[in-house]
Design a protein around this ligand. Sequence first.
Ligand code: UT7
Length: 337
Amino acid sequence: MTDSIYFNGFGYYAPKRIIDNAEMCTIVDTTDEWIQSRTGIKERHIVAPGETCSDMGLVAARQALEAAGMNADEITVIMCATVSADSIVPSTATRLQQKLGATKAMAFDFNAACSGYLYGMQIAQGLLAANPEHKILLLAAEVLTSRTNWTDRTTCVLFGDGAGVAILSSEKRSPANPTIFSHNARLEGVMSAADGTQGDFLTAIGGTSGHPYKLGDTVGDEFFIKMNGREVYKHAVRNMPALCNELMDSLGYTIDDIDALIPHQANLRIIEAVGERLNMPAEKVFVNVQKYGNTSCASIPLALGEAIEQNFIRPGMRVLLTTFGGGLTWSAAILKF
Ligand code: UT7
């Protein structure tokens, strides 16, 4: 058994191509003013043709391994959170295993939508409790634009692509050549929740057992992400703060013990509402939704990575993460840097 779980290294990657709001206005009937005032988004990164979750994951994984001072063949578990996998079979995690040469790792994908990175922390907690020797590579990667309906202005302006990696183990490490991502942040706690009765508010069902295609079928709009934005919004601003409070209570903390808040980067209004409901001063809330849009489960690791690079997160700080997404699912976690 172990009750200490450390993030030995982080990594993140966003694809090079950027679609700003001006370009979005050439794709659908929208305006920069509408997008910014309703969401805070200015631009989003999208993959090059053929670029996959595991390609992005490879860049982030190399960064995280270097930060941890670890070789790929030390990794025993690769798990990938995604709703936009390279393929249904093989999994994105096994693709990454092959690309990294992480020959000793078991590998699997899982789907907790936007909450995947935090759900992954909780799965890692269980794996490390069962075997403290594990060295876990947690990838959260999305090519959401592969499930984006570019004729639906209510969704296509929101999404972007990206990936992030954390290396988790039960030991602190001192890499010979530390990088900016060589933190030994400790996972103090993580909680996750779901409400399947609300699942129809956010869907992508085409090409699955629930909605199979036959050879020659035309892909319909059911293939792409559909969302009842208002309902998802309401659940987000209610459930994220509630779970954060439950987690803080369970650890004996109040908001005064938290030095920074990193909420899921889906919408600036949701981020601000969550901060306000938690009584968190705005200057302690990290925001980068303006650069990436909503990248689903990649949003927290993209934000963590940038927050570390920008010195927004520094050693000694206690950081609250919270996320929300399809399923519906939601999570909260506290890391001590
Ligand atoms: O990561 C998973 C979690 N997902 C989320 O966090 C999403 C949560 N929801 C939201 O962020 C917001 O609900 C949205 C940003 C998706 C939408 O904002 P809203 O203030 O709830 O707008 P709405 O959907 O109620 O639409 C208001 C109006 C509508 O026009 P009418 O019917 O009032 O005439 C829409 O047709 O805005 C119109 N509209 C647009 N107009 C210009 C919707 N999308 C656009 C657009 N450009 N892109």
